[in-house]
Design a protein around this ligand. Structure first.
Ligand SMILES: Nc1ncnc2c1ncn2[C@@H]1O[C@H](COP(=O)(O)OP(=O)(O)OP(=O)(O)O)[C@@H](O)[C@H]1O
Ligand SMILES: [Mg+2]
Length: 297
């Protein structure tokens, strides 16, 4: 499968511009993480990809044909977990998946057993959804997206609200997924992208600021991350973005990202989280992405 998002601009009827001139190209296999703050445009991009919205400008091609003409094919190949996902509280996990399978015209019980296994939900298949924890519900949501082994899997914030143990389970689901799909997942949690994605998109203010390997995003942040010791209530130096502030025996240890680090800061190796924050910070400073767009095929 191949997807080409060509120069998409999305303006909602309210006049809100949610995406501006975004282009993304992907072919299977691809595991792509979409990072961006609240309101960045992540869900809008995903809704455009599932043909739930029509772009104001630009076009999306699925296997070289425009998306509107490919809707049947898209539906047969798509697994989608929306950001807000209503589950039928009175159904058991099995009944819910059986219902979703029927909607997707998937016959037989094997497909349901398979996704239960993949999401470690087999032991809970007779439990009513209203009795599940938040993390277990999220896994049911992922399970329905994986029904029928779709070629395109779009997960909008699949790890939101999960505790660290559930997030590890989520990563295991990913590592066991067939490596022949295009998977797009949006998240605020940089570690999840680091753990499961080979490619990262950073979206902010409706613009694509970065598209490439996580390592390339980190490499662009070299020499822009520093630490220094300071006193309580001391202001963060101008032009710097605070990443973390830790109380230590020696004083308060601040970690910052900045275009030019202040003299007091000692340069340290960037993490993916630093790199993401620096990307957003650079955009805020200049109003445009300073970061290169790496082409990944
Ligand atoms: N139906 C809509 N009508 C008008 N504006 C909308 C609509 N949906 C989203 N927006 C606006 O478009 C922008 C992008 O929203 P979107 O939901 O795509 O962001 P997001 O990156 O998914 O954010 P979050 O991390 O909070 O889920 C926001 O400013 C939002 O308020
Ligand atoms: Mg969203």
């Amino acid at each position: 499968m191949k997807i080409d998002v060509n120069h998409i601009t999305m303006i909602y009827p309210s006049g809100k511009k949610a995406l501006q001139d975004v282009s993304v190209h992907a072919k299977s296999p691809s595991f792509i993480g979409i990072l961006g703050p609240n309101g960045a445009g992540k869900t809008t991009l995903m809704k455009l990809l599932i043909a739930g919205l029509l772009p104001t400008k630009g076009e999306i091609l699925l296997d070289d044909k425009p998306l509107p003409a490919q809707e049947q094919y898209l539906k047969s190949q798509l697994g989608y977990l929306p950001q807000s996902f209503g589950l039928y509280e009175e159904l058991t996990v099995w009944q819910f998946l059986d219902y979703m399978a029927a909607l997707k015209s998937i016959k037989g019980k094997a497909a349901i057993e398979e996704v239960l296994e993949q999401t470690s939900m087999t032991g809970l298949k007779r439990t009513r959804i209203r009795n599940l924890s938040g993390g277990q519900r999220q896994r049911v949501g992922i399970a329905q997206a994986l029904l029928g082994s779709p070629q395109l899997v779009i997960l909008d914030e699949p790890t939101v609200g999960l505790d660290p143990e559930e997030r590890v389970k989520f990563r295991n689901i990913f590592s066991e997924m067939a490596q022949d799909k295009i998977v797009l997942l949006s998240t605020h949690i940089v570690e999840d992208v680091q753990a499961v994605c080979s490619r990262v998109l950073v979206i902010h203010g409706g613009q694509l600021l970065f598209d490439g390997l996580p390592a390339a995003l980190i490499a662009q942040t070299e020499k822009h991350v520093g630490v220094y010791l300071t006193q309580p209530d001391a202001p963060v130096p101008e032009g710097c973005q605070l990443v973390s502030k830790i109380h230590t025996a020696q004083g308060i240890r601040c970690r910052i990202v900045a275009e030019r680090l202040p003299a007091c800061a000692q340069t340290v190796e960037p993490t993916l989280e630093d790199a993401y924050l620096y990307c957003i910070h650079a955009f805020g400073r200049t109003g445009k992405g300073d970061f290169a767009h790496e082409t990944v095929s």
